[in-house]
Design a protein around this ligand. Structure first.
Ligand SMILES: *Cc1c(COP(=O)(O)O)cnc(C)c1O
Length: 221
């Protein structure tokens, strides 16, 4: 995180990469609208600016502290911030009024803090579909209860989010399929799944939103 604000991003390269990612999305899902979230964690505000200039207004951040550092550089109406990283209850307040979509809600204490600091806020429930022990997300069989609890707190639960199994993209497919089925069962429209390497598989399995970092900005500093 020490590199925040000091990365140097080639805006022309970002624009070309945005175009390439949009082509990848169009190839697997012609005519379908899949939202592209540009993940700028580890990069400075210049990466956010390059994404906006390339027409990507959905920006994903993993760390509250990084988001706080970038916030002052942007007007609230020029982009939509997505929190995609593991949330600590005591940090929610610091960015509560700036976040458009909380994508990484995976436990009740975080849901209740968001409901307190950003009443009626829009959230996704993060589900660990791969069973990897170090991964964030509630267990698949906890998702139904957590969705109901978040709704009970007045939050606008728009869908589910997951990070695919690491490794070859095809390995992530069963997990993505499970997430789509869970969202179907719960009547939720959004499925945030797919990153730089596995976005095709995710979109084939019904993703409505992909979160792409390295594919737009290159390796993180
Ligand atoms: C970093 C991150 C991404 C983007 O990953 P890339 O491999 O750089 O595309 C997407 N989602 C989450 C939750 C992340 O932490």
């Amino acid at each position: 995180m020490s590199g925040v604000g000091r990365s140097v991003v080639d805006a022309g390269a970002v624009a070309a990469n945005v175009h390439a990612v949009r082509e990848r999305l169009a190839r697997v899902a012609p005519g379908r609208v899949v939202r592209l979230v540009a993940v700028t964690k580890g990069f400075g505000a210049d990466a956010v600016r390059a994404a906006i200039d390339a027409g990507v207004l959905d920006i994903g951040e993993s760390y509250v502290q990084e988001l706080e550092q970038k916030l002052p550089a942007f007007a609230t109406d020029e982009l939509r911030w997505h929190m995609i990283g593991r949330l600590q209850r005591n940090k929610v307040r610091r960015v509560a009024t700036s976040v458009h979509l909380w994508q990484s809600v995976d436990r009740m204490e975080v849901a209740s803090e968001i409901a307190r600091r950003a009443p009626g806020g829009s959230v996704l429930i993060q589900v660990n579909v791969s069973g990897e022990p170090n991964k964030a997300g509630c267990a698949p069989d906890e998702a139904t209860a957590l969705v109901a609890q978040a709704q009970g707190l007045g939050l606008d639960v728009r869908g589910l989010m997951t990070v695919g199994l690491a490794g070859a993209p095809e390995l992530a497919r069963p997990g993505f399929r499970l997430l789509s089925r869970l969202a179907d069962d719960l009547g939720l429209a959004e499925r945030s799944m797919g990153m730089s390497d596995d976005l095709e598989v995710a979109v084939e399995e019904g993703s409505t939103m992909v979160r792409v970092g390295r594919g737009l900005f290159g390796a993180r500093p």
